[in-house]
Write a protein that binds this ligand. Structure first.
Ligand code: PMP
Length: 427
């Protein structure tokens, strides 16, 4: 059908972009950065499914590997046996991540990874409190929600986990006060807050935070669900900041966007502690973890990212993008800041004043002025064929996260388009 009428059966998770635009778009083929519609348009993707499509949509090598895996008719998942594919992927992830990692727990979503961290940290330290950075995003299951400060996500779903506390992100003094006041099992945070607005901490914040955690016997845990897999240039954002966390959560880009997969990396000591101290096997597992298609997707995605040197590409294109946007947008009153690392970037807008009203946007009446970023998202889509999103519920912050295979021309097109949209507000 070509009229979106199936949608009534599906969780209406967003104020649907197309409903607000009163447009009907039917995507039929997606390749690389391009999403082709049934009426012959090509939209370019600057959202990547929220940092999923690092290798681009439907990468031919990934499709071929998955077809081959299906044809092998091996055991897709037995749950009584560790497959060679799982072992190989775990070994490669530990090697890439470096540091203290020797064990991997596989799951299917970022949220499950965060749930895993909570359980392993509590069992390992025999402490119950979990500290987390305010304004972060860790997933919408109840445990993960318990590590998020923003009532926007939590209201109406409580009571959530007890003994979780937030501390300001990028505030080392506040962290020390919290850690000194009470024993915590773990401090969980994103190295760069993605949905929180692409907030990059001071260069020494994470290393100091790690040192404090070690001093107070608290596990230092990074949620790299958005920042992992070369999104910021390095395999992990942790590498950029020179830290060696006790656990890392990976998901999203890990399996190339075709099949769910996530992982928690940890040491033998942390992993084994749940089995030795609680003395029960099978105490933490999830059915589809280590599924052979997911494992094969993980291995192939890693090969593609590295063979195509997409980390280096993310680093240099990101540098160029931030520098050029800063130069070109700096003169506009409405632009507060361009920031990011690698190809995880954002433009933060100032809350518009009267000039907003000059923006010619026919459906503007449906959008609150404090949601100006959404207006930009819509104009980018409608006038320039660019799919993008704001950061979480930060309605003034436009996220820029194209697949890492984005071309130089697509980056130029994006820069020109954003400048045109922003300039509309100032004419
Ligand atoms: N952590 C971070 C940093 C995320 O951005 C997200 C998803 N946006 C999650 C965890 C949750 O992942 P999932 O949606 O796969 O459960």
């Amino acid at each position: 059908r070509n009229d979106n009428s199936y949608e009534r059966y599906v969780n209406p998770q967003w104020v649907h972009l197309l409903d607000v635009l009163e447009m009907n778009v039917n995507y039929v083929h997606c390749h690389g950065v391009e999403l082709h519609t049934s009426d012959g348009k090509a939209i370019i993707d600057f959202n990547s499914g929220y940092c999923v499509h690092n290798i681009g949509h439907n990468h031919p090598r990934l499709i071929a590997a998955l077809k081959e895996e299906l044809d092998r008719s091996g055991p897709a998942m037995l749950q009584t046996h560790v497959s060679d594919l799982a072992g190989e992927l775990a070994e490669k992830l530990c090697a890439r991540a470096g540091g203290r990692f020797t064990k991997v727990f596989f799951a299917s979503s970022g949220s499950e990874g965060v749930e895993t961290v909570i359980k392993f940290a509590r069992a390992h330290t025999e402490r119950s409190g979990i500290l987390y950075a305010a304004d972060g995003f860790h997933g919408l299951t109840c445990g993960a929600l318990s590590l998020m400060s923003d009532e926007f996500w939590k209201a109406g779903f409580g009571p959530l986990l007890p003994e979780t506390e937030s501390v300001l992100f990028d505030d080392i003094e506040a962290l020390e006060n919290k850690l000194a006041a009470k024993p915590f099992a773990a401090f969980v945070l994103e190295p760069i807050q993605g949905e929180g607005g692409v907030r990059v901490p001071a260069p020494d914040y994470l290393i100091k935070a790690q040192a404090l955690c070690r001093r107070y016997g608290t596990l230092f845990v990074l949620d790299e669900v958005q920042t992992g897999f070369y999104r910021t240039g390095d395999f992990l954002a942790a590498h950029h900041f020179g830290v060696e966390p006790d656990m890392v959560v990976l998901a999203k880009a890990m399996s190339g966007g075709l099949i769910p997969c996530s992982a928690v990396l940890m040491s033998d000591a942390i992993c084994n502690s749940i089995y030795s101290s609680l003395r029960r096997a099978f105490i933490h597992t999830t059915t589809y973890s280590e599924n052979s298609l997911a494992m094969r997707a993980g291995l192939t995605t890693l090969d593609i990212l590295e063979d195509e040197k997409l980390g280096a590409r993310a680093a240099s294109l990101g540098e160029y993008l931030r520098r050029t946007l800063t130069e070109r947008l700096g003169k506009y009153e409405m632009v507060a800041e361009v920031r990011g690392l690698g190809l995880l970037n954002a433009i933060e807008f100032r809350k518009p004043r009267s000039y907003l009203l000059r923006i010619p946007f026919e459906t503007f009446s449906k959008i609150h002025p404090a949601m100006f970023g959404q207006v930009v998202v819509m104009r980018l889509f409608k006038d320039h064929g660019i799919l993008s999103q704001i950061c979480g519920n930060n309605f003034l912050t436009l996220k820029i996260a194209p697949p890492l295979v984005v071309s130089d021309e697509q980056i130029e097109h994006y820069i020109t388009a954003v400048e045109q949209v922003v300039s509309l507000a100032h004419t």
